[in-house]
Design a protein around this ligand. Structure first.
Ligand SMILES: NC(=O)c1ccc[n+]([C@@H]2O[C@H](COP(=O)([O-])OP(=O)(O)OC[C@H]3O[C@@H](n4cnc5c(N)ncnc54)[C@H](OP(=O)(O)O)[C@@H]3O)[C@@H](O)[C@H]2O)c1
Length: 301
């Protein structure tokens, strides 16, 4: 493990800073946990694939928690276990998420429901369940919540309609939570990445596009933006700023033009594999998770 770099954080004075990172078994969440560990945080790694989490925990001296964030009871039990070990949690990163590619007319109905349950409600359940630990940290000096949203939370991206709807809900949650917690010592940060190459969100089709391909980034860049948002107390960060912030502004001021452009993009069924979400290994299958029939244009969990 790398020697940790200790830095001052606004509002966090505790020597043993605890971060709970959901979706830490892959992609952006894994990169966030690595970066936090380098900065001196102890990470509680949450996801469903145990072997992945254990390998990362060994590497960064973290802790493993198996949980389906969409399962409210499971999240309650997770919070009880975390609180027993850590009465104060200084950072919660709501990162666990799944794709739902294809427009609203073709995506499997179960998938439309599931993407809301994981991407939006999963963050709500984790935040509410861990609130006592965040409040304890706030009393000791400060706490932070980061919600990993997406540019799709500001722009209605037709080729991933149900995903965009879940991210719009998540961004509304994040912004309203920030307002509700103002003055409480718990700061809320929304991080909105553009296209990021990960196993759950392979950007093959986007990378083929001469225009969009230039703007696909890797998970460590998002991890840096997350840690910067906490350390520098940024409320809302788009990563990378260009061109994605412009997309969000364009959606607000000229929605018809954005609608026409997103309909023409190469990011649509057929241009990208639709069944690429990682299948959890057997050891994680015991967690309660719904199964889905593979219909046209649906992804699989
Ligand atoms: N990649 C992009 O282009 C992009 C762009 C903008 C925003 N984002 C957002 O960034 C976040 C991370 O995405 P990623 O690209 O890193 O995807 P990824 O590589 O597929 O990783 C997703 C992570 O979420 C976990 N997860 C999924 N469903 C879960 C559930 N029900 N309960 C607990 N954990 C769950 C997965 O672990 P298990 O399977 O082991 O449970 C995995 O660790 C998501 O919220 C996504 O919407 C991604």
């Amino acid at each position: 493990m790398l020697a940790p770099v200790r830095i001052d954080l606004p509002g966090v004075s505790d020597d043993k800073r605890i971060a709970v990172v959901t979706g830490a078994s892959a992609g952006i969440g894994e990169a966030i946990a690595r970066r936090l560990a380098e900065r001196g945080w102890r990470c509680v790694l949450v996801a469903r694939r145990e072997d992945r989490l254990r390998a990362l925990a060994d590497e960064i001296d973290g802790e493993v928690e198996l949980c389906d964030v969409a399962d409210r009871d499971a999240v309650g039990a997770l919070a009880t276990r975390v609180l027993e070990r850590h009465p104060a949690v200084h950072l919660l990163v709501n990162n666990a998420g799944i794709p739902a590619r294809g427009d609203f007319l073709i995506v499997d109905l179960d998938r439309i429901q599931r993407v809301m349950e994981v991407n939006y409600l999963g963050g709500v359940w984790c935040t509410r369940a861990l609130m006592p630990a965040l409040e304890t940290a706030a009393k000791e000096g400060g706490a932070h919540i980061v919600n990993l949203v997406s540019v799709a939370g500001t722009a209605a991206f037709a080729p991933a309609g149900a995903y965009a709807a879940s991210k719009h809900a998540q961004l509304a949650f994040s912004r309203s939570l920030a307002a509700a917690l103002r003055g409480s010592g718990i700061r809320v940060h929304s991080v909105l990445p553009g296209f990021v190459e990960t196993e759950g969100f392979p950007q093959k089709g986007v990378l083929k596009s001469p225009l969009l391909g230039k703007f696909v980034i890797q998970p460590p860049r998002v991890a840096k933006a997350v840690v910067d948002a906490v350390e520098k107390n940024k409320a809302e960060v788009t990563v990378p700023w260009f061109p994605y912030r412009l997309v969000s502004i364009a959606q607000a001021v000229m929605p018809r033009v954005v609608g026409r452009f997103s309909g023409m993009s190469d990011y649509r069924p057929g241009s990208i594999p639709m069944s690429t979400e990682p299948e959890p290994e057997d050891n994680a299958r015991s967690l309660s998770r719904p199964t889905h029939s593979a219909k046209s244009g649906s992804t699989r969990e």
